[in-house]
Design a protein around this ligand. Structure first.
Ligand SMILES: Nc1ncnc2c1ncn2[C@@H]1O[C@H](COP(=O)(O)OP(=O)(O)OP(=O)(O)O)[C@@H](O)[C@H]1O
Length: 253
């Protein structure tokens, strides 16, 4: 079903203390397409998303077993440089979180940390990232304005530009539009559609219409289990499992 897997997950279990939050998850995420994770609150979508760039490492008492391969490399191997991993696998959160700095500095921050000092090079990266995040036209004359002065939707696109500036392959998006108005949401959805030409995108969403609109593949989670994973059209028109059918018809969750 998946021709070009970018990420391969095998038998992944995750515990918070004694509580099992993910139960034996295996799936393949295709390159340069959009994969959506759906399911009722607390089913483990965000937890699973965070296993893909080891963000759970930052949480105390988490135990993980199983494998996650990105480009065939085991990202939980002890030799993996987690900082490098997170450059390659960027993350966008539900609540946009620009730094209290200028628009320019928000985008230039990552490249500067990576040692890029040349002003012309930084200018190019900032411009390219803001073009790719569909924000350039709105901010090009105000790059010194605070990132916090932007609207919620613009802030979210600024955070996407900040993630793009360090040249990732994969973007993990945890409910990126759930705090936004319908027009800003549409802009983010259009942007996701554009970005998949160059990036592999994984998105957690509560909004089933959004999953149906933006994704190519959809995984339905329930109580820490992956119930069904298939191409989005099939999940939303003729899922194999009754639980999936009940959820997408709004019978629970
Ligand atoms: N830091 C944590 N410590 C302990 N338990 C946690 C932690 N984070 C999540 N959990 C638990 O793990 C389970 C899965 O949570 P998770 O946030 O991954 O679900 P979700 O499907 O993303 O939910 P939502 O849609 O509400 O964000 C829940 O039972 C939650 O209470």
């Amino acid at each position: 079903m998946i021709k070009n897997p970018k990420i391969i997950v095998e038998n992944l279990n995750l515990f918070y203390g004694n509580k099992k939050a993910l139960d034996n998850i295996s799936l393949k995420i295709p390159e340069k397409l959009v994969t959506a994770f759906i399911g009722p609150s607390g089913c483990g979508k965000s937890t699973f998303l965070r296993t893909l760039n080891r963000m759970n490492d930052l949480i105390e008492n988490v135990k993980i077993d199983g494998k996650v391969f990105i480009d065939e490399i085991d990202i939980y191997d002890k030799n993996i440089d987690v900082v490098e991993l997170r450059k390659k696998v960027g993350m966008i959160f539900q609540k946009s979180n620009p730094f209290p700095k200028s628009i320019y500095e928000n985008v230039a921050f990552g490249p500067k940390i990576n040692g890029i000092k040349d002003k012309k090079r930084l200018d190019e990266i900032v411009e390219r990232s803001l073009i790719r995040s569909a924000l350039w036209d709105e901010v090009k004359d105000d790059l010194n304005k605070s990132g916090l002065s932007l609207s919620g939707g613009q802030q979210q696109r600024l955070c996407i530009a900040r993630a793009l500036a360090v040249d990732p392959d994969i973007l993990l998006m945890d409910e990126p539009a759930s705090a936004l108005d319908p027009i800003s949401t549409t802009k983010i959805e259009d942007l996701i559609f554009e970005l998949k030409r160059n990036y592999t995108i994984v998105i957690v969403t509560h909004n089933m219409q959004q999953a149906a609109r933006v994704s190519d593949f959809t995984a339905f989670f329930y109580m820490g289990n992956l119930i069904e994973y298939s191409d989005t059209k099939k999940i939303f028109t003729s899922p194999d499992k009754q639980q999936t059918e009940d959820y997408i018809r709004g019978r629970f969750g």
